[in-house]
Design a protein around this ligand. Sequence first.
Ligand SMILES: [Zn+2]
Ligand SMILES: [Zn+2]
Length: 94
Amino acid sequence: VFLLPVFGFIFNRRSTVKLPKIFHPGSTRIRCPRCGWQPAKTDMWMCSPGCGHVWNTFDTHGICPGCDKHWSHTACLKCDAWCQHEEWYEQSQD
Ligand SMILES: [Zn+2]
Ligand SMILES: [Zn+2]
């Protein structure tokens, strides 16, 4: 009797789980999609209309620490344009 080997219980688990992108401060540049202005750590935004809290909106990805309001758009302090918060993040190509 010739027995075929049975591999039925061998799991070929190729990882299809994509790890979330790790935020590297050095590899992501923040700049205004409209005029190219790059905010500094010391630049502040005010939650208005809102709770009036003043903070750097890029520290919290557009979420006000005072009232948890999620600002989907961020105003440029230089050209006054309102752009989607995500558009401010520019991934470097390397
Ligand atoms: Zn701008
Ligand atoms: Zn607020």
